[in-house]
Every structure is written in structure tokens, then in C-alpha cells.
Ligand binder design. Structure first.
Ligand SMILES: Nc1ncnc2c1ncn2[C@@H]1O[C@H](COP(=O)(O)OP(=O)(O)OP(=O)(O)O)[C@@H](O)[C@H]1O
Ligand SMILES: [Mg+2]
Length: 439
């Protein structure tokens, strides 16, 4: 966004406030003091109110007016919504506006910023956000409507913890499709129905009891994932809640995902899992229950735009990294053999060895995700890959353009070329795959 557009945007944010007689210390949109920060998917504007005690509530009520102003300033067609979220932070009134050119980074694009903790994504300052599951905590609740990005986030966490040696216990009550590629990493410890899930909880409870009684060593760390917990009945949810609580000192960390955390979820699960990752939720009540009062999770964008609440502290907005198959494969490719099921050969067979295999993974992902996921032409990717392996550098634009012209009769778009370049380098660095012969 250029300076002119930014000023127009700020002007439109300030208008409804001025009209209500709400004054900010920085009245003019071109004032250099206004703090605008750019996150991957949104701009965040911090306005300091002159009289926050008097004006903050009225300012927060201007959210719909600000949203309408911003929509017309950006030239959106009538009826199209760009969800604006407003929050109070001390004397600051903060307005968060989605970017028209959001960047939803893949895990691989930001992985270098990861520390010991699990990397989740980037915050509104484009700073990395991580959660340390080795800390003294029982685990995390992941809440949000369908498509808010829960399973993606949980897969990202699971892959990173597996890579550090955790033992995975997996209960996917949504049928199993979202987690099919993790099953072999859970050994026999996975379930896709309520009955199987209940039996698995029973087994895990025994393990925890043995650990807590000193009958079994407290290693490795255990990670229990329960996706769509609402499919469990009340009793099953209660035993899960007990397990979460008792497992804490036995080094069990539990991640529970669900669309809602109100009525359909056991109170004790909510009470024990005070760390939260909250995506777009249905309404303000859900937002309150999931992320705390005034969190505004009902005004998020979906697609991994989430709030991270660390043990009841103030919510921090972030864009969760996309867990691309290539990232998962590179993370899970390092999982050591003892953690694999009895037949490591099957697990290894699932790691792509050639560009052709890799393209198949991409195609599978494109199908799963639907439109909008661009896959480079296998032939171009193969050339870029050969080049990267040979030279250790990404292929230059000119070459990629030439290859794609030769192959498809037209040049690739800039965004597409960036994809091919970054993939080819990542492939060369991570897999050393055999180029293969795509058709
Ligand atoms: N962090 C992200 N970056 C980019 N796109 C994302 C992200 N998270 C999710 N998406 C998109 O949203 C789709 C749905 O995500 P996901 O399956 O994680 O949602 P969900 O909350 O688990 O939904 P459901 O409740 O239906 O299971 C993904 O296939 C992907 O296209
Ligand atoms: Mg899901």
C-alpha cells in the first residue's frame, strides 16, 4: 500500500471518530506519530485517545462505521465485507484492517525463525509467534468455525513436536481424512471413531498412571491430539478432561480442536486448557468463552488468522503458517526410526523420492485445498530443481521464464515464478530428490 492510499485509509478510520467528538492525539492522518504496523494479513493502526476513560467505549462502538468507511475507501463493491476488528489496549484504540494482498506464509518460508518452541506463525508486527509445549502446561484448545484453520494449525504443531521426538496419540473424530498422512507416525495409537477413541483414551490413561506411580519412565514426551472433540459424548469428554489434568506431570500435552467451546464442550476441558488458539468463531459469546472478553474472534478473517492466548493473558493476533506437504515431509523426514511404527519401510515409502512423487503430493494437496493453490508445472519444477541441486542456488528468473515459455507457450506470472524458485531451493536443500522424468 503506497503512502497516498495509506493516508486515505487512515482518514477513513478517523472520520467516524471525529464525528462522535472523539479526539485522538494524532488527528491528522499524515501525522508521523500514528503507528501503523504491517502484519502478514493485516494493517494495524494504533490511535492514542486524548481521553480514553471517557471515549474508549464510544470508540469501540464505531467499529461498524469504520468498517463501512474503509470498505468504500478501498473501493469494494457494495455488500462485500472486509472484517475490521477494533480493540482497546491501554490508552490506545487499535484498528486492524485486513490487507487486500494478504501473505499467508507456509511453514517453510518462516521456519528459520523457529526456536525450541513450536512455531505457529507471524503476529501483526510480522514477528514469529511460538508456543513452548515443554513448559509446565497441560496443552491447548484450538477453536474456530469450519475453515478457520484448526486442523492446519494442529498438524503444524504435531509435525514439529514429532520431529523433536514426541510420541503421538491421535484421535480424529472427523473421520480421519485430515490426518491420514500422520497415522503411520502414531504407530498403533490412532482412532477415527468415538469407540476407538474411548479405547485409546483408556490405554493412554494406563500409561499416565504407570508414569505417575513411578512404574514407567517419563519419556518420551507424549502428545495427544483430539480433533472435533464434540463428537465424544459427555462421559467420554469427562474422561478426556481427567486425562488432561493427570497427564500434565507425566509429560502429556493435549491439543483439543473443536468448532465451538460453549455448550457442546465439557466445562472441565475448557477449564484445564487455558492456552488457546482461536480462529474465526460464530459469535461474540463464543469469542468470549474461547479467547476472553472483548477478544473479537468473531471478526477474524478465517484461513489461519487467529488469536493466541497464552495461559489467560491478552490475546495476540497471528497468521498461522500454512503446513504445506513439503514442510511436513521435511519435518517428518527427520523423525528418527525408533519413533516410527514397526514397519519403517512403509513410512519411508511415503516420503517423496523424485520430483514426480513430489508433484503427486502437490496435486493431492491442491485437490484437498481447492482452488487458489497454485502448483508449478512439473517439468519446470524439475528443471529448476536440477539447477538448484547442481549449483546450490535458485534458478534465475530469466531461465525459469525461458523454460516455462518453452513448455507452456507462455510465461509464468511473477508470483508463480517465486513459487518455483523457492520450492526448487527447498527441495535441493532438504531432500536432494532425484530429478525423475515428468511427462
Ligand atoms: N494458516 C493458513 N494459511 C493459509 N490457508 C489456510 C491456513 N489455515 C487454513 N487454511 C485454508 O483453510 C482450509 C481449511 O483449513 P482447516 O482444515 O485447517 O480448517 P478447520 O478449522 O479444521 O475446519 P473444519 O472445522 O471444517 O475441520 C485449508 O484447506 C486451507 O485452504
Ligand atoms: Mg478440521
Amino acid at each position: 500500500m503506497n503512502t497516498h492510499a495509506l493516508q486515505a485509509l487512515l482518514w477513513n478510520i478517523l472520520q467516524p471518530l471525529h464525528r462522535q467528538g472523539i479526539h485522538t492525539l494524532d488527528m491528522a492522518p499524515w501525522h508521523e506519530e500514528i503507528r501503523v504496523t504491517r502484519g502478514p494479513t493485516l494493517l494495524s493502526v494504533a490511535l492514542q485517545l486524548v481521553a480514553p476513560e471517557k471515549d474508549m467505549r464510544a470508540a469501540l462502538k464505531q467499529a461498524p462505521a469504520i468498517e463501512a468507511h474503509v470498505a468504500s475507501a478501498l473501493g469494494l463493491p457494495p455488500g462485500q465485507r472486509l472484517p475490521v476488528r477494533v480493540v482497546a489496549s491501554g490508552a490506545y484504540f487499535i484498528v486492524e484492517v485486513p490487507r487486500l494482498d494478504p501473505w499467508r506464509p507456509s511453514y517453510g518460508e518462516i521456519a528459520r525463525q523457529a526456536t525450541e518452541a513450536v512455531l505457529l506463525g507471524l503476529d501483526t508486527y510480522s514477528q514469529p509467534v511460538a508456543v513452548d509445549l515443554t513448559a509446565e502446561m497441560p496443552g491447548m484448545l484450538v477453536v474456530g468455525r469450519s475453515g478457520s484453520g484448526k486442523s492446519n494449525a494442529m498438524r503444524l504443531i504435531a509435525a514439529q513436536r514429532l520431529a523433536r521426538g514426541d510420541e503421538l496419540w491421535l484421535i480424529d473424530l472427523k473421520g480421519g481424512a485430515d490426518w491420514a498422512d500422520f497415522r503411520h507416525l502414531a504407530g498403533g495409537r490412532w482412532a477415527t471413531t468415538e469407540d476407538e477413541g474411548e479405547r485409546l483414551l483408556g490405554r493412554l490413561t494406563e500409561t499416565i498412571k504407570a508414569r505417575n506411580a513411578g512404574r514407567a519412565p517419563k519419556e518420551p514426551r507424549l502428545l495427544l491430539i483430539v480433533d472435533e472433540v464434540a463428537n465424544f459424548d459427555a462421559q467420554q469428554q469427562q474422561s478426556l478432561a481427567r486425562l488432561v489434568k493427570e497427564g500434565r506431570s507425566a509429560l502429556l500435552r493435549t491439543i483439543v480442536g473443536n468448532q465451538r467451546c460453549g455448550k457442546e464442550m465439557d466445562r472441565m476441558i475448557r477449564a484445564n486448557l487455558t492456552w488457546r488458539l482461536v480462529g474465526l468463531v460464530a459469535d461474540a459469546t463464543e469469542s468470549h468463552l474461547a479467547a476472553g472478553s472483548g477478544a473479537g474472534a468473531d471478526a477474524l478473517q478465517g484461513c489461519g488468522d487467529m488469536l493466541f492466548v497464552e495461559d489467560g493473558r491478552a490475546a495476540r493476533r497471528l497468521q498461522v503458517a500454512r503446513a504445506d506437504p513439503i514442510d511436513l515431509v521435511s519435518l517428518l523426514g527427520t523423525v528418527n526410526t525408533p519413533a516410527l511404527p514397526p514397519t519403517p519401510a512403509t513410512a519411508l515409502a511415503q516420503i517423496p523420492r523424485t520430483i514426480v512423487d513430489l508433484c503427486r503430493v502437490f496435486e493431492h494437496e491442491a485437490e484437498r485445498v481447492g482452488k487458489g493453490y497454485e502448483i508449478p508445472h512439473p517439468w519446470v519444477l524439475a528443471r529448476a530443481n536440477e539447477y538448484a541441486i547442481r549449483t546450490g542456488r535458485a534458478a534465475p528468473f530469466d531461465l525459469i521464464r525461458e523454460w516455462s515459455r518453452r513448455r507452456a507457450g507462455k510465461a509464468l506470472s511473477k508470483a508463480r515464478m517465486d513459487d518455483v524458485r523457492s520450492w526448487s531451493l527447498r527441495i535441493a536443500n532438504v531432500f536432494r530428490v532425484v530429478p525423475g522424468v515428468p511427462g
